[in-house]
Design a protein around this ligand. Structure first.
Ligand code: ADP
Ligand code: MG
Length: 248
């Protein structure tokens, strides 16, 4: 077995008196699709925020390819190839899709406007290629704000791919998406994994989706790791069923 691409060890994080994560340990294997589930408020988003450097952790260790990253900032971690998308989309509604793609690259290298003309041509080509990959090529000159919510999420996914991540963390990618677009999104995520070799770590509320995609699933409850395993085992795990039932 190779070293996991992400290792989280005994990570705790509180907000005032609220313990959002309590001594969480998990590992994300390189090249796979790993799921993170748990009832609302169980600490999933907090864990993602800690991994990408959005806020400091109280204690514990987070490693990317064996290197400690828990003291690094978001931009530094992004430059190492670890990126995330948000539960709510972060696009610029007044700009068109291609423009959104071009402003999303500073994570990895010099911004678009600092580049030489030849390099810009390549980047525009890449933006268009990725827009085609997510099925938005025909809409590339439309204002991003005029797209449906599901299309905006596809655009956001393409924007993340512009940075050539090695690991992508997705926070509820299918939330709020029309069911007819969900299968298309799942296919694209799987292709990003197999064709581009991007390791995916996905928070997902939709059980059907995560069961269909993940190799291994971790389940949080009340900020603590409840269990982990293959999708089939997780689906039958009484503790997981109880955690979800107890949350409603
Ligand atoms: P999930 O993503 O699983 O729904 P979160 O990580 O968003 O859960 O939240 C876990 C707990 O931490 C919740 O009780 C939430 O209210 C709290 N929490 C999350 N972020 C903050 C914050 N920035 N300030 C205060 N409390 C927070
Ligand atoms: Mg959340």
């Amino acid at each position: 077995m190779s070293v996991p691409i992400i290792e989280v060890e005994n990570v705790s994080k509180s907000f005032g008196g609220v313990i959002a994560n309590r001594s969480v340990s998990l590992s994300v294997p390189r090249g796979g699709i790993t799921g993170l589930i748990g009832p609302n408020g169980s600490g999933k988003t907090t864990l993602f925020n800690s991994i990408v450097g959005y806020h400091p952790i109280d204690s514990g260790s987070i490693r990317l390819e064996g290197r400690e990253i828990s003291k690094l900032r978001v931009q530094e971690i992004a430059r190492l190839g670890l990126l995330r998308t948000f539960q709510a989309t972060r696009i610029y509604g007044k700009m068109n899709c291609v423009q959104n793609m071009l402003i999303s690259i500073p994570h990895r290298k010099a911004g678009f406007f600092d580049m030489f003309a030849s390099e810009r041509g390549e980047v525009v080509e890449r933006a268009e290629h990725l827009l085609a990959f997510v099925g938005l090529y025909d809409k590339r000159f439309l204002r991003a704000g005029s797209l449906s919510f599901g299309q905006q999420k596809l655009l956001e996914f393409a924007m993340a791919l512009m940075n050539e991540p090695t690991v992508l963390l997705l926070d509820e990618p299918t939330a709020g998406i029309n069911p007819t677009l969900i299968n298309g999104l799942i296919e694209r995520l799987k292709r990003a994994n197999t064709e581009f070799g991007i390791t995916l770590f996905i928070i997902e509320h939709n059980m059907r989706v995560i069961m269909n995609m993940a190799d291994v699933i971790y389940c949080l409850a009340h900020g603590e790791l409840l269990t982990s395993g293959e999708p089939g085992a997780i689906q039958r795990d009484q503790r997981v069923i109880d955690a979800y039932l107890g949350a409603h």
